[in-house]
Design a binder for this molecule. Structure first.
Ligand SMILES: Cc1ncc(COP(=O)(O)O)c(C=O)c1O
Length: 502
């Protein structure tokens, strides 16, 4: 539960620090407590407490700051300012209640007001039935990241440095460290990360690039946009990633690069790909858009090939508040080239030696990603735990003949998606789960070789049977770090009801 602590309760807490039931609940992470910044001076004065005392409260509570617009509205309201502001902050920030010693003060405001005892009762009550399980609830982490994001964004807004600049450089440094690469270059999207990586290698008309047909459109779309031809190699039916043993037969004198995709958050089998690339003099670009933090034999995604491409699309494990992306590399030459191409090939400014584009990353997006990076390890752990929970629940469910689970072939899967196979009843199952208010999605319903815009490549149905089968059978279930065990039990119970009528 997310609660705002009323000034009266904060005053009492400051006067009697050792005995605050609500503070203890926040410490135990049974709820998250917030303080309205506008109440701090009043609380300090009324409690006769020092700033240091208040600071110690903030080890367990976070601060909510109203906008100037909120303040204007609260000042213009006919309710007392502090109460109106508390109610306004609860509503605007999606909190659950105000905790106060005098709930009657909130009786004419649209907010739930609880005494500390009522809060305790609510938290002790058994959970009600599951109402909904969203595939992804982007706003659910909002409370966790708010203060960290605010800090970064306020610095940028005050600095006026909105494109590239020190905040993008800060993110690049942290991402390089996170991915264990020498360099990282922030760019405008994951799609542009792929395109700029190809451009940095000099891939263009007449060239061929090998990749998987079972991926998001951008992987092959970027190859076409670079002027080259995508050459598809089918996937492994267990990992959903490119089959390394089929790559060699597709290499021609025009082949310049291989783009293995770490689909759903599990790395492709990189060793045979790297060996082949070395033997044939090809570059390897990892499409790690879905795989931040994943590992292949102890090596982080993005540090294995010549370059790694990441996406900060909001639905990714590390998403921004809009579009963004990043390329990692250990090569100084590629790094220099990427930085030049990112700004229209300009070096120095207004002197253009190569063709580039506007691939710049906004500082505000870099701020969000930097702030969220501090939470990524914890979120990834929770995704991995959720995957284990699904495995257990499915194992105990007699669904074995109907549902195939995603195995972790290379330890270090980060489960951007938890994708099951549901055979030829996949579409029916999807409809059934939607009716039960369970989010689920098909990634991807049509493999790329059968997309209309790739008709000129001359492919037909049957060319890549494993990709086509996966497109018919797969279904992604809710796995994000906000999903809890009760919700997972509900998901599996509903799948059981669908297949077994239980
Ligand atoms: C495998 C893959 N490659 C590339 C991209 C493109 O990233 P973006 O949406 O940031 O352009 C995505 C994102 O959806 C993706 O999943």
């Amino acid at each position: 539960m997310q609660i705002l602590l009323d000034a009266d309760y904060l005053i009492q807490t400051l006067k009697n620090m050792a005995d605050s039931a609500v503070l203890n609940l926040c410490r135990q992470k049974r709820c998250q407590g917030w303080v309205a910044s506008t109440s701090i001076p009043v609380v300090l004065q009324e409690a006769g407490a020092s700033e240091k005392d208040f600071q110690s409260l903030l080890q367990d509570l976070a601060v909510l700051t109203p906008t100037a617009h909120d303040i204007t509205l609260a000042l213009g309201s006919d309710k007392p300012f502090a109460k109106d502001m508390a109610a306004r902050l609860v509503e605007a920030n999606g909190l659950d209640a105000v905790v106060t010693l005098s709930p009657e003060n909130y009786s004419d405001l649209k907010v739930e007001a609880l005494t500390p005892e009522q809060l305790q009762e609510k938290l002790d009550a058994p959970p009600g039935p599951v109402q909904e399980v969203r595939l992804l609830d982007i706003t659910a982490s909002y409370h966790q990241i708010l203060n960290a994001v605010e800090k970064e964004m306020a610095e940028t807004i005050r600095s006026g440095y909105f494109i590239l600049g020190p905040k993008v450089a800060q993110l690049e440094e942290r991402m390089a460290e996170y991915c264990q690469t020498k360099y990282a270059v922030g760019v405008s999207s994951g799609t542009d990360a792929l395109l700029i990586a190809l451009m940095a290698l000099g891939v263009g008309p007449g060239d061929e690039v090998i990749t998987s047909p079972y991926t998001f459109f951008a992987t092959a779309g970027s190859i076409i946009r670079a002027g080259a031809k995508p050459v598809f190699v089918d996937i492994n039916d267990i990992t959903f990633n490119i089959k390394p043993e089929h790559i060699e037969r597709c290499i021609t004198s025009n082949t310049k690069a291989i783009i293995p995709v770490h689909l759903y958050g599990q790395c492709s089998d990189m060793d045979p790909i790297l060996q082949l690339a070395e033997k044939k003099g090809l570059a390897v670009i990892e499409d790690a858009a879905q795989a931040i933090g994943s590992e292949y034999k102890g090596r982080p995604a993005g540090s294995i090939g010549d370059m790694g491409c990441f996406s900060f699309f909001p639905a990714k494990n590390l998403g921004g508040f809009g579009d963004g992306g990043l390329v990692t590399t250990n090569s100084k030459e590629l790094y220099e080239q990427l930085k030049i191409i990112r700004v229209h090939g300009s070096e120095p400014k207004y002197y253009h030696k190569v063709m580039g584009g506007n691939f710049r990353l906004d500082a505000l997006q870099a701020d969000v990603v930097t702030a969220k990076l501090g939470f990524l390890e914890g979120w990834t752990e929770k995704r991995r735990k959720n995957a284990q929970t699904y495995h257990q629940l499915f194992k105990n469910s007699a669904l074995n003949p109907f549902v195939q689970l995603p195995p972790e072939v290379f330890p270090g899967h980060v489960y951007n998606q938890y994708v099951i196979r549901a055979g030829n009843r996949r579409d029916e199952l999807r409809t059934f789960l939607h009716e039960k208010r369970i989010g689920c999605e098909i990634y991807y319903p049509i493999p790329l070789h059968l997309q209309d815009c790739f008709q000129s490549l001359g492919h037909k149905s049957g060319d890549f049977p494993e990709s086509e089968k996966a497109a018919r059978e797969t279904l992604a279930l809710p796995i994000s770090h906000e999903v809890n065990r009760t919700q997972q039990e509900y998901v599996v119970a509903m799948i059981q009801q669908f297949f077994l009528g239980e």
